[in-house]
Design a protein around this ligand. Sequence first.
Ligand code: SAH
Ligand code: SF4
Ligand code: F3S
Length: 493
Amino acid sequence: MSQQMNEPSKQLYIQTVGCQMNILDSEMVVASLRKEGYSLTLDPASADAILFNTCSVREHAEEKAYNNVLRLKQLKLANPDLVIGVMGCMAQKDQQRVFDRVPFVDLVVGPGQLHKIPEFIERARQGERHQLAVSLSRRDGSADEIKRSHETFDPLRDPQMRPTPFQAYLRIQIGCDKFCTYCIVPMTRGPEQGRSPERILEEAKILAQQGAKEITLLGQTVNSYKWVDGDRTTRLADLLEMLHPIEGIERIKFVTNYPKDMTRDLLETVRDLPKCMPYLHVPAQSGSDVQLKRMKRGYTTADYYAMMDRIGEIMPGAAVSSDFIVGFCGETEEDFQETVEMVKRCRFKNSFVFQYSVRPGTKGAEILEDDIPEEVKHRRNLDLLAVQNQISLEDNLRFLGKTVSILVEGPSKWSVRKGQTGDLRQMTGRTPCDRIVVWDGNMRQTGEILPVEITDAYAFTMLGRVQTQEMVSGRSQLAQPDALSLVNLTTKQ
Ligand code: SAH
Ligand code: SF4
Ligand code: F3S
């Protein structure tokens, strides 16, 4: 199947939606297809193969995916050799139904079967239609068989596929066993399984050799990570200790955290390892105990507040962000107000707010009524965001005049929108606690870690000015490597 000499390269167009898991999966698939002679194109009309990496977490994301695929009908009619594939969580969830809804799709591949894609594309090019590869559903086999059917596909990496080559995701866990009543992920991604510490370490070293400075460990409940080998148990804190010495890696983050497993020893490890960033994404989902119970989240608001206190005590100045679902079944105005209270009390760095979307196949869809009108969901969404944005703004304003260390990601969205060209651009990067900063800079700063003084602040972004070497050495506390960390700067207030 390897590319013949002189054969023009085949073009692949890939569209990715959903969470970091999908971004990483696309990176793997692109790497495997490059080996078969494909190169990436941004123009579907010039592609030989088009892949949609899909998400099922909310209905809206699925409808959009179907519409995007349906829109290719003309292209497929004009070029019957064009291969069209649907991969990811919607492929796993809908399986054969994808072909029923869009008959011109050639392949449907779930996230546990991605290694099959190169072969399927080749077979589709030979004329084979409707190839399907999905993992076993959660009732269709023994625990081991189900686990094996959700294979990871992680050794192949393609730095060019990443938004930035110096930032990489590293999967440490697949699947989820929490079964929150609203959530489809345990069905699309299968049982929770940790990857072996040896494989994770090996992959982290490869990423560092490829130039990754920042590694984000991925898992649906990443801090529940556990690997048992004989009498040795490895947890997330142990993994962080293992990865920390790797040369070249300067920042380590991990998402998404499950509140119940945010243990004291994990927080102390994060505090004590300078490369671990003081940023924790720990979705609360609701501030009402009644709702948390209906969601089957496995903790109470008191547990969550106790966790926030633990974080505040062990890692003062750390940023915490959250997800919330508004309009979940039975949510009263009082329940919602309790969520508002939680946001005010916890002062999250930011919150992602989602309107409940009923997902067939979940317990929520089966036993609870989706009884909150759309306009109420929408209003609560806006109200909660307004409260959060005010907090984000106030907390960002506290950075005015301070100098923070920034990993430079590249030109800002504004710069791209404005079509700025050349070396001088508005650049963007993130503080250790994941706040976004933009400044008038230079493309050559991309991938560097620089001291930036904050000159203005909004709810989502801060503006800054890069400190020159002389400015930095003029301030003795900034000459010490640790003093560049935001935690140290903020806790000194
Ligand atoms: N594993 C992560 C979340 C994965 S899904 C965790 O447990 O935190 C990302 C977010 O989507 C969730 O945190 C939740 O806020 C939201 N979400 C999940 N299912 C949803 C649904 N049916 N409707 C609306 N939002 C949903
Ligand atoms: Fe979904 Fe809950 Fe698992 Fe997160 S922990 S992926 S919300 S079931
Ligand atoms: Fe979506 Fe699947 Fe991620 S449902 S949120 S892409 S795990």
